[in-house]
Design a protein around this ligand. Structure first.
Ligand SMILES: *Cc1c(COP(=O)(O)O)cnc(C)c1O
Length: 386
C-alpha cells in the first residue's frame, strides 16, 4: 500500500470511511427509484446546507469550475456588464470566465490579503451591471468577502449576485436566501467532504427568472439550466429523469455526507469550523508565523494561508509531508514561494488539527527555524479549552 498522509489541503479533503463505502457499491441505474431517492435526499440536503429554502439546487458531474461556468453562462449574455470583486486567484477566474462569455468585465481589485473598499464596489455598480460576483473564501489568499453586506448592496443597483462558495459552503457561515444571494455554488471535494467530481449550483427564483428572460442561447450546451431544470424537478418529486448520466456513485457518497452534515446541524458545523480555525491561528501565532489575510476578521475558517518565516521556502511543504501531513503550496502568483496553505474543513476535528500543528513544528525545526517543540500544539490546546 502507498503510505498515506493526513490530507490537509484546500480540497480534496479527508473523507469519512462511511462516505467512501457508499461509493464502493456497484453503480445503480440512474433511472432506478433507488437512485431517485438518493438524488431527492441530496437536493433536500443541499437546500439546507446553503440555507436556501427557495433555492433550486443543480447537482451535476463536474468540478467547481463547471459550477462557476453554469452560474455565469446561464445569466450572462454578450455585452452584459459583470462586476468582479477580485480577492485572488479564483475571483480572477470568474473574470476570465465572464470575458469568455463576451461580457464587459469591471474588476474591483485588492492587494493579496486585503479586501477592496465598499466605495470601490459601489462605484463599479453605479456604472450599471447585470451581475456582481463575489468569492466567499478566496482559496489563494484565505480572505473572506462580507457577502452579507455586498450582496444587498448589489441589489440596490439592480445587479444579480453570484457567490463562488467552493471553499466555503458547509464550513463558512452562509445564509443564501437571507443574504440575498441569487446564485451560490460549490464542488463536492471541499467543505462537504466528498471526493471530487460533483458540481453544485443553487439558483433562487430571481436567477431562474433572469435566465428565462434571455435574448440569446446559453453558451454552454452541457451546463444550460433549461436542460437540467426538468431533471432536477423530477428528482425532487422522487422520479428519475435523464439529460446526461449522473455520477451515481458520487451522489450516493454525497447523500451519506449530507446525512452526517444534517445530523451535526449547520449551526454546530459552522461553530466547529470557527473553533478549529481559532485554535489553528493561535498555533501559528505562537510560532510567530504571519497570516496572509491582513485583518483577523477577514480570515477564512475553512483554510489558512500563511507566510513563510525568513529563510524558509517551499522545502517546508516537503518536510511537513515527511512528518505525515500533506499541505499545499501557494497558487496566487504574488504569493508563490512565499507562503503555504492549510485546509481545515469538512469532518476534521481536534486530532487532525494537533497532528498538523505538530508536523509544521517538526518541519520548521528540521529546516533550522527556531521553534520550541510543542509550542503550536500547546497554544492550540489552550485556545481549544478556553
Ligand atoms: C477549488 C476552488 C475552485 C475550483 O474548483 P475545481 O473543483 O478545482 O474546479 C473555484 N473557486 C474556489 C473558491 C475554489 O476554492
Amino acid at each position: 500500500m502507498t503510505p498515506r498522509t493526513l490530507l490537509m489541503i484546500p480540497g480534496p479533503v479527508e473523507v469519512d470511511p462511511e462516505v467512501l463505502a457508499a461509493m464502493a457499491r456497484p453503480p445503480l441505474s440512474h433511472m432506478s427509484s433507488a437512485f431517485a431517492v438518493l438524488m431527492q435526499e441530496s437536493l433536500d440536503g443541499l437546500r439546507e446546507v446553503f440555507d436556501a429554502p427557495d433555492g433550486q439546487p443543480f447537482l451535476i458531474p463536474g468540478s467547481g469550475t463547471l459550477a462557476m461556468e453554469m452560474a455565469l453562462a446561464n445569466l450572462v449574455e454578450p455585452g452584459d456588464r459583470v462586476v468582479v470583486v477580485d480577492t485572488g486567484y479564483f475571483a480572477a477566474r470568474m473574470a476570465e470566465l465572464a470575458e469568455w462569455l463576451d461580457a464587459h468585465v469591471i474588476r474591483v481589485t485588492a492587494e493579496p490579503g486585503a479586501l477592496p473598499d465598499e466605495s470601490q464596489i459601489e462605484a463599479a455598480l453605479q456604472q450599471g451591471a447585470k451581475v456582481l460576483t463575489l468569492t466567499h473564501v478566496d482559496t489563494s489568499t484565505g480572505v473572506v468577502a462580507p457577502v452579507e453586506r455586498w450582496a444587498p448592496l448589489a441589489h440596490r443597483y439592480g445587479a444579480l449576485v453570484v457567490v463562488d462558495g467552493v471553499c466555503a459552503v458547509g464550513g463558512q457561515r452562509f445564509h443564501q436566501t437571507a443574504w440575498e444571494v441569487d446564485v451560490a455554488l460549490t464542488g463536492s471535494q471541499k467543505a462537504l467532504a466528498v471526493p471530487p467530481g460533483l458540481a453544485i449550483v443553487v439558483a433562487r427564483p430571481s436567477a431562474l427568472e433572469a435566465y428565462r428572460r434571455r435574448r440569446t442561447r446559453t453558451r454552454s450546451y452541457y451546463a444550460d439550466w433549461g436542460k437540467w431544470l426538468p431533471v432536477m424537478e423530477a428528482f425532487q418529486a422522487g422520479r428519475p429523469a435523464y439529460f446526461a448520466t449522473p455520477a451515481v456513485n458520487l451522489v450516493a457518497a454525497m447523500a451519506v455526507s449530507l446525512r452526517c452534515i444534517r445530523a451535526e446541524g449547520m449551526e454546530a458545523r459552522w461553530a466547529r469550523h470557527e473553533r478549529i480555525a481559532r485554535a489553528f491561528r493561535a498555533g501559528m501565532q505562537s510560532m510567530e508565523l504571519e497570516m496572509v489575510p491582513r485583518d483577523p476578521a477577514w480570515a477564512a475558517v475553512t483554510l489558512s494561508v500563511i507566510y513563510y518565516p525568513n529563510g524558509i521556502d517551499d522545502r517546508l511543504i516537503r518536510e511537513i509531508e515527511a512528518a505525515g501531513v500533506t499541505v499545499a503550496g501557494a497558487i496566487h502568483p504574488a504569493l508563490r514561494g512565499r507562503s503555504f496553505r492549510v485546509g481545515h474543513m469538512g469532518e476534521i476535528g481536534l486530532p487532525a488539527l494537533l497532528q498538523t500543528l505538530s508536523a509544521i513544528e517538526i518541519a520548521l525545526r528540521r529546516l533550522g527555524h527556531p521553534v520550541t517543540p510543542g509550542a503550536g500544539v500547546a497554544a492550540a490546546q489552550a485556545e481549544w479549552t478556553r
